[in-house]
Write a protein that binds this ligand. Structure first.
Ligand SMILES: Cc1cc2nc3c(=O)[nH]c(=O)nc-3n(C[C@H](O)[C@H](O)[C@H](O)COP(=O)(O)OP(=O)(O)OC[C@H]3O[C@@H](n4cnc5c(N)ncnc54)[C@H](O)[C@@H]3O)c2cc1C
Length: 483
């Protein structure tokens, strides 16, 4: 069986970067992907535009990962936002900075990011196998055996596990990386949805579906305790609330459900005005409006869709004339405008979350190398690690940075360990008969017994007769290799 130097499982941002970096330093790199293409989740990211990183300083960036931030310091110090921007620029893809420091490709196409990654993979002669799912890895003396769904297997001296989390599983990250890690002895911090819409008890939200409230303050409370609060945007959905701010604050809220807390979300619809200023404004509006009904007066203060719900919650007559509104009713309006509360009952499932919180415990990974503290030669990168952040480009940078560090550390460790070929003399190729090798044309495999794999363009395949080589192309970029 062929023994690769480094096998990387998962071709998301973390795995591709790990493959590119290790490919720059070592020759014999295998990237294994269950899909027929790399970076499927990248294509969805940033609503198809890919918010690839953020220009925050290192210190600020780290705070976005909460308690896990310190763990990522080495990875970010090695390969951070500017290095990532330069990495894409070197292949002719410029990036631009938008609001809140979010960085996007100037093309506004996530596919441009994937295309650059593919060019680097090809340039560094990484062997990519598609449509191949790793189901288990086993440590042997100096190498790992990798088992594929369907019974095939391969071997590698180092393994980088970059299989992502459990959310948006149709993109390929179905969570079996956690099973693989657990089986070799790692602890998986319980998984929870992160960056996820929330469900509310109030069914009337359905009527507000699609309504976005901008520049409002959201405050989450559990009992009488304030949990978190911020200003931003909220989107009503048929089941509850979503929008960038809700997604960002969702993980601190979901932690409370774990502890059976009752959670409320209070919206300050007019955060720029104090209650006194707001009452003055209402007084003015009601006075100036003559005999108009409340609905018409409130049009200047609230979005049309919200007025009916607002008036119903106050149990006011929708058509009441504004000059008939009592002082108590006006005060109740002020109070509701400053504190429009909803009961949060939970979130959408992890499948529909943008990131997975939890994963391989950071306590069991060396932050300087991303190597497992239990299994020498095994590395982790990306969302499989228990270290996720709010939205803003932080999660992709985490994947690229940890991928870079894992790829480099694995390659460097090969050199320092003397990079021995641990195959037994006269080793056997245990691939299932009739298997296909569909590497791109122009790919050279110069193996001879007791060989080293060296791939150079314009090659010959010198394998023993009887071995079948067929080549298939899916697109100019993608080569399909079946082991
Ligand atoms: C809708 C959406 C939008 C997002 N937008 C942004 C954004 O704009 N900015 C940002 O920073 N973050 C964003 N994120 C989060 C970000 O995309 C992820 O954090 C990031 O992709 C994680 O990278 P990864 O390489 O660790 O995992 P993934 O991207 O999930 O890649 C893992 C890969 O491993 C493969 N794989 C899994 N298991 C196996 C196996 N057993 N064998 C073989 N292959 C396997 C999968 O098929 C997949 O290709 C978004 C997420 C979603 C869902």
């Amino acid at each position: 069986m062929q023994v690769y130097d480094i096998a990387i499982i998962g071709a998301g941002p973390a795995g591709t970067m790990a493959a590119i970096r290790s490919g720059q330093l070592e020759k014999n790199i295998l990237l294994i992907e269950r899909n027929n293409s790399i970076g499927r989740k990248i294509l969805l990211s940033g609503k198809g535009r890919c918010n690839v990183t953020n220009i925050l300083s290192l210190e600020e960036f780290i705070t976005k990962f909460g308690r896990r931030g310190a763990f990522l310091r080495s990875a970010f110090s090695k390969f951070f936002n500017q290095e990532l921007i330069d990495f894409f620029k070197a292949k002719g893809l410029d990036l631009k900075v938008e609001r809140q420091g979010r960085v996007f490709p100037v093309t506004d196409r996530a596919a441009s990011i994937v295309e650059v990654l593919m060019r680097y993979l090809l340039e560094n002669k990484v062997t990519i196998v598609y449509a191949t799912e790793v189901i288990e890895i086993k440590k042997e003396k100096n190498s790992f055996r990798l088992f594929f769904a369907g019974g095939r297997q391969t071997a590698a001296r180092r393994v980088i596990l970059a299989t992502g989390g459990s959310s948006f599983s149709f993109t390929g990250s179905r969570g079996n990386g956690f099973t693989i890690a657990r089986k070799v002895g790692h602890t998986i911090v319980p998984l929870m949805p992160g960056l996820v819409p929330l469900r509310t008890e109030e069914a009337w939200v359905k009527g507000l579906q699609g309504l976005t409230l901008k520049n409002i303050r959201l405050t989450f409370t559990a009992g009488n305790k304030k949990i978190t609060s911020d200003i931003g945007e909220l989107l009503f959905t048929h089941f509850g609330v979503s929008g960038p701010l809700i997604l960002d604050l969702s993980s601190s809220v979901l932690e409370l459900f774990e502890r059976d807390k009752k959670v409320s979300l209070c919206i300050d619809l007019k955060p720029g005005l104090t209650p006194v200023q707001l009452e003055d404004r209402l007084l003015r509006e009601f006075r100036d409006s003559g005999g108009k009904n409340i609905k018409n007066v409130l049009k200047g203060i609230l979005p049309l869709k919200l007025i009916e719900v607002f008036v119903n919650l106050l149990r006011l007559d929708y058509n009441k004339k504004s000059n008939q509104v009592t002082k108590e009713e006006r005060r109740a309006m002020v109070s509701l405008l400053k504190s429009f509360c909803l009961r949060i009952t939970g979130s959408l499932p992890i499948e529909e979350a943008m990131v997975t919180c939890g994963g391989v415990s950071t306590k069991e990974i060396d932050p300087r190398t991303m190597e497992s503290r239990f299994v020498a030669g095994l590395y982790f990168a990306g969302e499989i690690i228990d270290a996720s952040a709010s939205s803003g480009g932080y999660n992709l940078q985490q994947a690229f940075s940890t991928g870079y560090l894992a790829g480099e550390s694995a390659a460097v460790s090969m050199k320092t360990s003397g990079h021995q070929d641990t195959r037994t003399p006269g080793h056997q190729d245990t691939r299932t008969p009739g298997h296909q090798d569909t590497r791109t044309p122009g790919h050279q495999d110069t193996r001879t017994p007791g060989h080293q794999v060296t791939r150079t363009p314009g090659h010959q395949d010198t394998r023993s007769p009887g071995h079948q080589v067929t080549r298939k192309r899916t697109s100019p970029f993608f080569s399909l290799v079946t082991l």
